[in-house]
Design a protein around this ligand. Structure first.
Ligand SMILES: Nc1nc2c(ncn2[C@@H]2O[C@H](COP(=O)(O)OP(=O)(O)OP(=O)(O)O)[C@@H](O)[C@H]2O)c(=O)[nH]1
Ligand SMILES: [Mg+2]
Length: 207
């Protein structure tokens, strides 16, 4: 059996940039033109198989972009974050920058952050250039990519690139019980060593 690792991933970004649509494309390969705005957060899981024979199970927290639901608990202990903006709305990149600043200040220092420009199928209405977003991502040491939850373009790539980048093991000296390092950073949990894997597909949590 191939080795499977488990990581917590959080999606953040302004309302209507397409966070839930990205997750729906990634997990079920579907798209809805009319999606309800998320209330609280939704929890889903999806597994990515890598070429090296390992697989990564993402525990995904799809948060609500509306300000009234904002809560740091969703990014606390996250191993990775996908911060989404809409390429047709420059204000949504500003919101993404503010999320990134918050993650840099308050999230686990080892968190891997990917900046994701969604709705690439609407490039005729583009307000955020690839150059601008890429330059910012490079300056901040973030992964970056454009996606279209509608066409599916780039969606698998962004999650697979994150899966490849996540550390699959901690140095033995840094490893302590519960998958935490001495610095408190959460490492991947090797599911082959767990009696019961947690998390099911499509669970909804309005907490
Ligand atoms: N054209 C196009 N529309 C998209 C794309 N992704 C999402 N949408 C549309 O954008 C709207 C908002 O999408 P959601 O996925 O609900 O956005 P969200 O970021 O989850 O919003 P909140 O839950 O309120 O934070 C919906 O009408 C989607 O159909 C995309 O890649 N291209
Ligand atoms: Mg949503």
């Amino acid at each position: 059996m191939s080795k499977q690792f488990q990581f917590k991933l959080v999606l953040l970004g302004e309302s209507a940039v397409g966070k839930s649509s990205l997750v729906l494309r990634f997990v079920k390969d579907q798209f809805d033109d009319y999606r309800e705005s998320t209330i609280g957060a939704a929890f889903l899981t999806q597994t990515v198989s890598l070429e090296d024979g390992t697989s990564v199970k993402f525990e995904i927290w799809d948060t609500a972009g509306q300000e009234r639901y904002k809560a740091p608990m969703y990014y606390r202990n996250a191993n990775c974050a996908v911060v989404v903006y809409d390429i047709t709305q420059s204000a949504s990149l500003e919101k993404a920058r503010s999320w990134i600043r918050e993650l840099q200040r308050q999230a686990d220092p080892s968190i891997i952050i990917a900046l994701c420009g969604n709705k690439s199928d609407l490039s005729a209405r583009r307000q955020v250039s690839q150059e601008e977003a890429k330059k910012y991502a490079e300056e901040e040491g973030l992964m970056w990519g454009e996606t279209s939850a509608k066409s599916g373009e780039g969606v698998q790539d962004i999650f697979t690139d994150i899966a490849k980048k996540l550390p699959k093991s901690a140095p033995p000296s840094a490893r302590t019980a519960g998958g935490r390092t001495a610095t408190g950073a959460r490492q991947g949990v090797d599911l082959n060593k767990q009696a019961n894997a947690t998390g099911g597909q499509g669970e909804q949590c309005n907490c």
